[in-house]
Design a protein around this ligand. Structure first.
Ligand code: FE2
Length: 228
C-alpha cells in the first residue's frame, strides 16, 4: 500500500499525531485508546469533510476515486508510508449495510455527522473448516456524531456496519497495520458459508484459479469459498 498522492486538506495533522501516538505502543487495545480522542476530534471537523465530499462528488481533489478497494463504497484517504495505519472513508446509501466480515487489523470507525449502526458478531465454531463458520449477533450499537466503535483482527472483530437512516451517510475508519493474510472474510450467518473479500482484480484471479481447478477435476462442484 502506498500513499495515494497528496493528502486531503486538513487530514495531515491527524495523520502526524496518529503516527507519533502509535509509535512504541505494542498492544492493539492500547493503540485504539491512544488515538481515539484525536479520531473523535477529526470526525467533528464538519467543514473539512464537507469540502472533501464536495471534491469527491465533483471528481476533483486528491482522493483517487479509481483506486481499487475491497468494498465499492470505500475511498482511501491516507496510507502511512510504512503501513502503520490507513484512513478510509465509506459512503453508505440509506439502509445499506456491509456483509458480516472480519478484519486484518485493529480499527476505529465513526459517522461523519450522521448515524451509523454497528452489529458485533461472535464466532461460535472452532474454525476447523475454513469454508464454514457459525456466527451469532453479539451486540448492536447506534453511533451518533462524535461516537466511535472499535474492531480487532480476525475473530475478535467480526461485525456488520451500515446506515439505518434514510439519508446517505459518510463513515470514517482508521485501520492499523494489517496482518499478511491478504483478504478479509465475509460470513453468511444463514448458510454458514465463508467468502473471501478481495479487491476486484484479485477476486477475479482467485475465482479463475478456482474455476480452473474445478475444470481439472472434471467440472465437479468445487469447495466454493467465494460467491459470484
Ligand atoms: Fe468492518
Amino acid at each position: 500500500m502506498t500513499t495515494p498522492g497528496p493528502i486531503p486538506d486538513g487530514i495531515a495533522p491527524f495523520c502526524d499525531a496518529c503516527a507519533e501516538g502509535l509509535s512504541g505502543v505494542a498492544d492493539d487495545r492500547a493503540r485504539i485508546e491512544r488515538v481515539r480522542d484525536d479520531f473523535c476530534r477529526l470526525l467533528g471537523e464538519t467543514e473539512l469533510f464537507a469540502r472533501l465530499l464536495a471534491e469527491i462528488a465533483e471528481g476533483t481533489g486528491p482522493v483517487d476515486l479509481r483506486r481499487p478497494t475491497a468494498f465499492d463504497n470505500e475511498l482511501l484517504l491516507y496510507a502511512h508510508p510504512r503501513r502503520l495505519f490507513s484512513l478510509r472513508l465509506y459512503l453508505y446509501e440509506p439502509a445499506r449495510f456491509t456483509p458480516v466480515h472480519d478484519h486484518n487489523s485493529w480499527g476505529l470507525l465513526g459517522p461523519v455527522g450522521g448515524v451509523l449502526e454497528v452489529v458485533g458478531y461472535r464466532r461460535e465454531d472452532d474454525g476447523s473448516r475454513p469454508e464454514l463458520a457459525r456466527v451469532a449477533p453479539a451486540g448492536r450499537r447506534t453511533l451518533r456524531p462524535a461516537e466511535t466503535a472499535s474492531t480487532l483482527p480476525l475473530d475478535e472483530g467480526i461485525h456488520r456496519v451500515g446506515n439505518p437512516t434514510d439519508r446517505t451517510v459518510a463513515s470514517l475508519s482508521l485501520y492499523g497495520q494489517s496482518l499478511a493474510r491478504g483478504y478479509i472474510q465475509e460470513f453468511d450467518p444463514e448458510t454458514g458459508r465463508v467468502y473471501r473479500i478481495l479487491r476486484p482484480h484479485e477476486k477475479k484471479r482467485m475465482l479463475a484459479a478456482q474455476a480452473l481447478a474445478a475444470l481439472g477435476a472434471g467440472g465437479a462442484p468445487g469447495t466454493g469459498g467465494t460467491r459470484p
